[in-house]
Write a protein that binds this ligand. Structure first.
Ligand SMILES: [Zn+2]
Length: 491
């Protein structure tokens, strides 16, 4: 199928300039996406086979291999891993983590533990001891700390300053010394509380392989901590048991994005990117389903739809599954830095990373408005009730919490799809609830179809999508771990 670059009249009666895709090809794409969708089956397979996919984990590596197989199976070409950097250490979780109170009552906890921290190497029971907050309190409980789970019933321990060399107050200093003394007292680990019923997973990977931290940490829900505190306040002996099924992979680990293509027929060196980040946080319970299994699977499904219909875009449509997003958009920042000479030929970058809601449109500049509205019009027509908007703003969004920001930083139009619908993203993302069951099928069917139609239409425009002026400063990629080395070896 060829793209038409004349004026078209679509179902909505909008007259379109700039050229868009061939209407009969668009019809095929919509039918494949809407009536023969595989997006839920793909998400099910991803989440059940691999679970969460922390950057630097074996799960992510295996899932990336699977994603490449999917792209190949669909009929994509140039399927490969594109390295963006390296993590200093790897970290894997198993599926056997649990946490509970065993005395004086039995309570199963919902909890998490930071990524890149020490595991228990099997279930580990210990008495709960209330965390001392002064030197005097420490001296009073010193004898009870060995083998104990130290519980922070009255607020979490102070964090060390983020920047090395940052100034600290004398009070902060003595609290930090106290925390260090607790850590060195042979304890089982430290147990903190979340602010509410969500346990949010995070973690710091900036570690020295020769000197990895040995402290074990668990964070329970507020309501679980309240139960521990009530029993301690009543003078009862409290016993806790945690199995932190997690371990280091003690070697530096190269990190990659997954790339696949449908080659353009007329301008193969010009590109529309369809993408989502493939990595996730990995706390107990999470499958990385909505952050961002959904956005990865809509990109995969868009590839399947476009291949299955055999449409021929004028420009190349490139599918990219980023990694390292959760730690700082590393995959996309590394990609931009390593492919800087291609940026002038990237027409647009579509990023789906807002959970399971449907693709409700885009934010960009006024000169893109008519083109983008025309690009998604057939999808609005095909999915009644799922409307889309284009919001104009004076310039492309600067910053923003996902991979589109890496492209806008160098003047390439990056779009974070406006997520619209009934799903509550904050309940799910980075929490124990990030599971397949939370996904909303009809929204993902729309999102995949929208991705495919919009990418195809943009790939068939007369020219590249209009863009704003190039930012004066190019971003500093030095925060992306291992990227320096790659850039040097390229030169
Ligand atoms: Zn995300």
């Amino acid at each position: 199928m060829k793209c038409l670059s004349s004026f078209l009249v679509l179902g909505l009666g909008i007259v379109l300039a700039h050229g868009q895709g061939d209407p009969s090809a668009i019809k095929k794409i919509v039918e494949e996406g809407k009536y023969r969708s595989q997006v839920m089956a793909t998400l099910k397979e991803l989440t059940s086979k691999f679970g969460p996919r922390l950057t630097s984990s074996t799960n992510l590596e295996r899932a990336q291999g699977w994603a490449m197989d999917q792209f190949k199976k669909y009929g994509c070409t140039n399927v490969h891993l594109d390295q963006w950097g390296e993590f200093p250490v790897g970290f894997d979780r198993g599926k056997k983590s649990f946490g509970r109170m065993t005395l004086p009552e039995k309570v199963d906890f919902e909890f998490t533990s930071p990524s890149w921290t020490e595991g228990t190497n099997g279930p580990l029971k210990g008495k709960a001891v209330k965390a001392p907050t002064t030197k005097e309190e420490f001296d009073a409980v010193k004898g009870k700390l060995k083998g104990a789970w130290v519980v922070y019933t009255e607020g979490n321990p102070p964090r060390p300053p983020m920047r090395p060399g940052a100034e600290i107050t004398p009070e902060q200093k003595s609290r930090m010394e106290l925390e260090e003394a607790i850590g060195k007292a042979g304890i089982a680990g430290k147990v903190t509380a979340s602010r509410n019923e969500l346990t949010i997973t995070s973690g710091s990977w900036r570690l020295d392989l020769a000197n990895l931290p040995t402290e074990r940490r668990a964070m329970v829900r507020k309501s679980d901590m309240d139960k521990i505190a009530a029993n301690l306040a009543a003078g009862k002996d409290v016993e806790l048991e945690f199995n932190l099924d997690q371990k280091w992979v003690k070697q530096a680990r190269p990190q990659y994005n997954v790339v696949a293509e449908i080659k353009g027929t007329e301008k193969p060196d010009e590109v529309v990117i369809v993408s989502g980040h493939f990595d996730s946080w990995d706390g107990p319970g999470s499958q990385g389903a909505l952050d961002n299994g959904t956005g990865s699977c809509t990109a995969l499904e868009a590839a399947r739809i476009l291949c299955a219909t055999g449409v021929k875009p004028k420009r190349t449509i490139r599918f990219i599954l980023w990694s390292g997003e959760e730690q700082g958009l590393f995959g996309s920042r590394g990609y931009v830095a390593r492919h800087m000479d291609e940026m002038d030929k990237i027409s647009a970058v579509l990023v789906d990373d807002g959970g399971t809601n449907y693709q409700g449109g885009y934010e960009g500049i006024e000169s893109q408005k008519a083109i983008m509205e025309a690009a998604f019009a057939p999808v609005v027509d095909a999915f009644p009730g799922l409307s889309e908007v284009f919001r104009s703003r004076p310039q492309m969004p600067r910053g923003g919490g996902s991979d589109h920001a890496s492209f806008n930083a160098v003047g390439v139009p990056g779009f974070f799809t406006i997520e619209t619908g009934r799903s509550d993203y904050n309940y799910v993302h980075h929490t124990q609830h990030d599971k397949y069951e939370m996904a909303i099928p009809e929204y993902l069917v729309q999102s995949s179809t929208n991705h495919a139609v919009v990418a195809y239409n943009l790939a068939c425009l007369d020219g590249l999508l209009p863009r704003g002026p190039k930012p004066e400063q190019t971003p500093d990629p030095s925060g992306v771990p291992g990227l320096d080395k790659l850039l040097q070896s390229k030169n």
